[in-house]
Design a protein around this ligand. Structure first.
Ligand code: UDP
Ligand code: MG
Length: 332
């Protein structure tokens, strides 16, 4: 670790840091975020670390793109990428990671919920040799009770089911070393559950506790239905436990059916069978039907993902790419 640590420190002297921000309809929040980022990057520059910012406009329908263009016109460290439509945050981050060159990357939300002021602390961990420094939420301000409760439940479930670690209460706010970014770039699956992909990559990980601030401006892009589907994505993408569960539910049902059948036969032989049991018949048929449909649905979830994967479509399409002007080396 020590040799690696010194090597990594030496590398931070030449490699830069790109702050990657995915933005979807964030015209109100970006002008608040940018000056904070600038201040942080100025501080890092004094430490000899070249900072850049890459904003990815995820097909916004408001003034986000023109806001970003005026930011880039005034700040030579800013690079811009616009996707052809709204592909979702995970795809937008993937697009960003594909465009950062050899830099280390710091991923941050556009709404100011992830405080940029923590970046120097993340960088210090990176210089200590960590490849994945992630922020873990100690508290969430300005979020509803229901959101906190469902998020809590989600992290517990995925933590149990996933074969690779998914740290609890950890979002996309993190710093990735160049080799972690390179590794992540190789994962081209369509089911892009980033929290799981980060864990899959591995390397040296460390978590930094922080308090998640309320949104600076605008509204959340994730309603309950989106989050629910996101949770299903995460579970099916990183675990086949539901398929295994279907097998066990089937076995249990078969066992119950055998016991019940034996009981009916014994009963009929001992006491005869005076009236046909319509209610029991209905109950059994409905129960079996329900179990079968759930199992089929589970298989369908995985089959649907196979279908998406088989199509091999690109993960995103680029509409416009504007590299940073102020930096000569690297892609950004
Ligand atoms: N975002 C995005 N594409 C989308 C939805 C969201 O790039 O389709 C960005 C959004 O602009 C923000 C980040 O993802 O920077 C987190 O979104 P949001 O704050 O709405 O999520 P929350 O914090 O409520 O979970
Ligand atoms: Mg937010």
């Amino acid at each position: 670790m020590d040799a690696h640590r010194t090597a990594e420190f030496a590398r931070t002297q030449v490699v830069g840091l790109t702050v990657l921000v995915a933005a979807f309809n964030e015209a109100d929040a970006l002008p608040l975020l940018h000056p904070r980022l600038q201040a942080v990057l100025d501080g890092l520059a004094q430490d000899g670390l070249h900072g850049r910012i890459l904003y990815v406009d995820d097909g916004s329908r408001d003034a986000t793109w023109s806001v970003l263009q005026s930011i880039a016109a005034r700040d030579p460290r800013v690079a811009l990428l616009r996707l052809s439509r709204n592909f979702g945050k995970e795809a937008a981050l993937t697009a960003g990671l594909d465009h950062v060159g050899d830099d280390a990357v710091l991923i941050l939300d556009a709404d100011g919920q992830d405080p940029p002021e923590l970046i120097p602390q993340f960088v210090a961990h990176w210089r200590d040799g960590y490849d994945d420094v992630h922020g873990t939420r100690q508290a969430r301000e300005g979020e509803t009770w229901a959101k906190r409760a469902t998020a809590h439940a989600f992290y517990r479930v995925i933590g149990r089911l996933s074969r690779t670690p998914v740290p609890a209460d950890t979002g996309d706010f993190r710093l990735l070393s160049p080799r972690a970014v390179a590794a992540l770039r190789q994962l081209r699956e369509r089911n892009r559950f980033m929290k799981g992909l980060f864990g899959w990559v591995g390397f040296n990980q460390v978590s930094v506790p922080y308090v998640r601030a309320p949104r600076a401006a605008g509204a959340t892009k994730f309603d309950f239905w989106k989050l629910w589907n996101f949770a299903i994505e995460g579970i099916t993408g990183f675990s086949t436990a539901p398929l295994r569960m279907a097998t066990y539910v089937g076995l249990l049902t078969a066992l119950l059916a055998f016991v019940y059948a034996a009981w009916i036969i014994v009963k009929a032989m001992a006491w005869g069978d005076p009236v046909a049991g319509w209610p029991t018949m209905m109950a059994v048929i409905l129960f079996l039907g329900g179990v079968q449909l759930i199992a089929l649905g589970t298989i369908g979830e995985y089959l649907g993902r196979l279908y998406e994967e088989a199509k091999q479509r690109p993960l995103y399409l680029v509409d416009a790419w504007r590299p940073a002007r102020g930096v000569s080396s690297g892609q950004v």
